[in-house]
Design a protein around this ligand. Structure first.
Ligand code: GH3
Ligand code: MG
Ligand code: MG
Ligand code: MG
Length: 331
């Protein structure tokens, strides 16, 4: 079955089906103009399975989302000179666009035109094949390029998953302590450059041991998850929120004055205490309070904030908030 689509049809159905196509890969032939190439398509479909899509070049460049799922883009040979020039710019466009730059790219070159072959490779084609090559050669090159793209995808996914796991607290999905240390150092550099103040808060749940003892450890975990979401949802995208201990959270807020930090800390404290945590039918809503310690960098911002010192100061402030009776903010 040949999927021939015009510039207005959508490729999404094709992409959703990607697992069933994984053996042969997702292959899109890009024609310089609207003309389909029955011989080439028949060759590819016979050798590769039923998975070849044809797109015109203008449609590919107009609709980003129609080709981003291709493993292999094949560009047939262009014989007239002006068409060849258009293909040079098509290839360099495909190489630079975010939705196509990771796809393998195979260009078919007019017979006896080694200059064009070199030019396409130089512009970023992964491989070239002469127009009069045997069908087996075209198929084998296409298969190798599909395998290479799928291997790259798998490696990239593993790498990204690993990076994500390395910076994330698995229970709450917040950043973990390791990432928080790293990110705080960057925030400190930025606040020194901008000459603005940085605020650091330590938030610790009050009598969390009693919550575990009363409702069970599983309920305690769900309180941690819900509280993490409540914090995250009520801060700016530029603010850092991390779970740095069992029931301890660190928040860092750039460009934040002492008054603003105090206000934010008290707003978060009330956000927790004013609405008990509803874990569903099995539990009565669980009342939770937190204590907050706040530290502020030198507001003049002349020197780079020492983030270790700021964390120690925020910890000391948290200790004072606990001593003052909990459910309060200390600076
Ligand atoms: P305080 O107001 O002084 O902070 O009292 P607290 O009970 O919160 O403090 P403490 O440090 O004595 O106890 C913290 C408790 O948090 C003890 C530990 O069992 C619990 N805890 C730590 N990590 C987790 C977790 O991941 N899940 C659950 N459910 N409990 C945890
Ligand atoms: Mg404690
Ligand atoms: Mg506690
Ligand atoms: Mg604690």
């Amino acid at each position: 079955e040949l999927l021939l689509r015009d510039s207005t049809s959508r490729a999404l159905g094709f992409c959703e089906n990607r697992d069933s196509l994984a053996n042969t890969g997702r292959i899109t032939v890009i024609t310089p103009e609207a003309a389909p190439m029955p011989e080439l398509i028949a060759t590819l479909n016979a050798g590769l399975g039923h998975c070849v899509v044809v797109q015109t070049a203008s449609a590919v460049l107009r609709h980003n989302d129609e080709v981003h799922c291709a493993d292999l883009l094949i560009i047939p040979a262009a014989n007239p000179r002006d068409e060849a020039v258009a293909l040079f710019s098509l290839v360099s466009d495909l190489r630079s666009r975010v939705d196509t730059r990771l796809a393998s790219l195979l260009v078919m070159v007019p017979n006896g035109n080694p200059e064009a072959a070199a030019m396409f490779l130089d512009l970023g084609a992964d491989d070239v094949v002469m127009q009069n090559a045997l069908p087996q050669e075209i198929i084998l090159r296409a298969k190798a390029l599909v395998r290479r793209k799928q291997l790259h995808d798998a490696l990239r996914r593993n790498l990204l998953d690993g990076l994500q796991a390395a910076v994330t607290d698995p229970l709450t999905g917040l950043f973990n302590r390791r990432y928080a240390d790293h990110h705080l150092a960057r925030m400190s550099e930025q606040s020194a450059v901008a000459g603005s103040a940085l605020a650091v808060m330590m938030i610790d749940i009050d009598h969390f041991k009693a919550i575990n003892d009363t409702y069970g450890h599983a309920a305690g975990d769900r309180v941690l998850v819900a509280l993490a979401a409540r914090l995250r949802d009520n801060l700016r995208a530029v603010d850092l929120v991390a779970r740095i201990g069992g029931e301890e959270f660190l928040i860092a807020m750039p460009r934040t004055s002492a008054r603003q930090a105090q206000g934010a800390a008290d707003r978060l404290r009330r956000l927790v205490s004013q609405t008990p945590f509803d874990l569903g039918e099995a539990y009565a809503p669980i009342p939770v309070t937190v204590s907050v310690g706040v530290a502020l960098s030198d507001e003049a911002g002349q020197t780079q904030p020492d983030t270790h010192l700021m964390c120690d100061l925020a910890d000391a402030a948290l200790y004072r908030a606990k001593s003052a009776g909990r459910d309060c903010v200390a600076m």
